[in-house]
Design a binder for this molecule. Structure first.
Ligand SMILES: C[S@@+](CC[C@H](N)C(=O)[O-])C[C@H]1O[C@@H](n2cnc3c(N)ncnc32)[C@H](O)[C@@H]1O
Length: 223
């Protein structure tokens, strides 16, 4: 991707990005924060009943999922190890215009900036309880040895299968399954039958659950 994404206002008042080259948005235009909270936080993260939670995100992008995880009440007293991969890190001039931390006090805004200022390919302590490792790289040629311990939850937030089919293959889901801890989960906004079958083939038990506004269903896969 070479063209700079455009900032768009979604229906819940939060921003998303539009990538003209792919004709694709980073989030639902029906509400970016609403969508991420529903899929990744409420149906994903809250399913994990542990005091220390390891997370792997496919596509760090705007950092919205990391920010919602960091500021969620549920993670307040938990230790979070958050690893994310991103092939196309966003430039700071876009990040600084995003309104995700607008409703938060200054401390929240500083946390959002902290996620983005954190050095890539290093473990960075964002708070005493939240460690972030942003990996620059391409998931399709990723060295999975970089995931030293299996993860409790995967936020699978790639662009849609019809836009980026190489991110939604049997090989990728087999690898996702391999890095998932027992009882760990993978959540995604995508509800396609072919994707569900690849997850099942990898070994996951898959549920079709109600999606966020504007989307009938989403998938949650459990090991
Ligand atoms: C749907 S967006 C979601 C991003 C992010 N989770 C967010 O909330 O902003 C998909 C993300 O995957 C990234 N991406 C695209 N191809 C990739 C690849 N081959 N490997 C890793 N990340 C990729 C994009 O740059 C983009 O940030």
């Amino acid at each position: 991707m070479s063209v700079s994404p455009e900032i768009i206002l979604t229906a819940d008042g939060s921003h998303t990005l539009f990538v003209p080259e792919l004709d694709e948005h980073y989030h639902s235009v029906n509400g970016a924060i609403q969508e991420s909270t529903h899929i990744f936080i409420n149906i994903g993260l809250h399913q994990v009943q542990k005091e220390t939670i390891r997370i792997f995100e496919v596509g760090f992008g705007t950092g919205l999922n990391a920010f919602l995880t960091l500021t969620d009440e549920y993670t307040k007293e938990k230790t979070i190890h958050y690893t994310a991969i991103e092939a196309y890190p966003l430039p700071l001039e876009i990040i600084t215009k995003l309104n995700y931390a607008e409703q938060y006090p200054t401390s929240g805004q500083l946390l959002f900036q902290g996620l983005h200022k954190a050095e890539w390919d290093k473990v960075v302590k964002i708070t005493p309880y939240f460690r972030l490792k942003k990996l620059t790289g391409d998931l399709t040629s990723f060295d999975y040895n970089l995931i030293e311990e299996s993860v409790d939850i995967i936020y699978f937030d790639a662009f849609a299968p019809d836009k980026q089919p190489d991110m939604w293959t049997q090989d990728i889901f087999d690898r996702m399954y391999a890095i998932t801890a027992p009882q760990g989960v993978l959540v995604t906004y995508c509800a396609k039958g072919s994707v569900r079958r690849m997850m099942q083939q990898a070994g996951y038990k898959v549920e079709r659950l109600p999606g966020p506004p504007g989307k009938r269903e989403m998938l949650r896969a459990t090991k």
